[in-house]
Each structure stands twice: as C-alpha cells, then as structure tokens.
Design a protein around this ligand. Structure first.
Ligand code: PNS
Length: 160
C-alpha cells in the first residue's frame, strides 16, 4: 500500500489545497492531510479545529484522512508507514523554498520522495493568508473555501 503525507499549516484548508488532495488521492492508496502543530505561527484555528475542517472537506474523497504532527516531517512520514510527501506548487515563487525543503527532507531521509503537484490555474493565487484577510473584512469567500470553512472564518472574525 502506497501512503503519502500532505503536510501543511492548513489555516484554513482552501479549494486550492483540496484540488491537490484530489489529485494525490488518484496517485496513492492513502493520503493523510497532516496539520503541523506549530504554536510559533499563531494560527487563527487551533490544530483540532483545522483537523475537523479538513475532515469535513475530505469526507467524500476515498482514502483521505486528516491528522496532525509535531516535530520533523520525515519522522512523522515514517511513523505512518508512508514514503512520499505531497506539496502543491502555485507557481515559480513557491518553487525555490519548496525545492530547498524537498532537498533537506531527502538529506534527512533518503527514502522519502517529495511529489510536487501543480495547482489548478484557477487557484494559483489562493492562499490561506489572503483568505484570512478577506474574512477579516467580511468579504465573500464562497469561491475559495468550502461552506463549513467560510462559516468557521466568519465566526472567528465576528466583531473584528
Ligand atoms: O503550509 P506550510 O506552512 O507551507 O507547510 C510547511 C510545512 C508544515 C510542510 C513545513 O514547515 C514542515 O514540514 N515543518 C515540520 C518541521 C520540519 O520537518 N522541518 C524541516 C523541513 S525541511
């Protein structure tokens, strides 16, 4: 069984991420969308909230589940019996840092393969940080995130 990990902050998950998840699910038997439990980044959503929102969003996609991890990604990948890491690329600007991360992870564990998937052209400008800005000013999010995520964002930013 081929298992892949799709790691990230997912604060919150967007249609851009979901497009990558759907493509990854066609390539692997199991895909685990893994939220980095990183307190430094001061996320809008707690790790549990992010896992719940991802769980809802992927419930119709076979073989996909949501989880969280601490520490080094390569250690988490191994602990799940996986050997591939999925990352989406929105364009050239993502490439440099993603390539460095892939090289570092390869150095840390030779057996782990990073698989880059191109984002859908229609989602190439979508990012969780822009989504949060739009949410903070009460903008329409329906094109960018699932309805549950839009509702959760509205709740978070109510009264801001
Ligand atoms: O969604 P993001 O914030 O771009 O995801 C970045 C993430 C979580 C994939 C990356 O920061 C990560 O893997 N962190 C875990 C710590 C680690 O393994 N660092 C070394 C990677 S070279």
């Amino acid at each position: 069984m081929r298992i892949a990990i799709y790691p990230g902050s997912f604060d919150p998950i967007t249609y851009g991420h979901l497009d990558i998840v759907k493509r990854a699910a066609k390539l692997f038997d199991k895909v685990i969308v893994a939220v980095l439990n990183n307190l430094d980044k001061k996320p809008v959503f707690t790790t549990h909230e992010r896992i719940d929102l991802i769980g809802d969003a992927v419930s119709q996609i076979d073989g996909v589940s949501a989880d969280s991890f601490d520490g080094l990604l390569v250690d988490y990948v191994r602990s799940k019996g996986a050997d591939a890491v999925i990352r989406g690329l929105r364009g050239i600007s993502d490439f440099e840092s993603e390539f460095r991360m892939a090289q570092m992870n390869r150095k840390l564990d030779e057996g782990i393969i990073t698989v880059f998937l191109p984002s859908d052209a229609g989602n190439s400008y979508v990012s969780s940080s822009l989504i949060k800005q739009i949410a903070a000013y009460g903008g329409d999010l329906s094109e960018f995130v699932p309805v549950q995520v839009a509702a959760a964002l509205r709740d978070k930013f109510r009264g801001h």
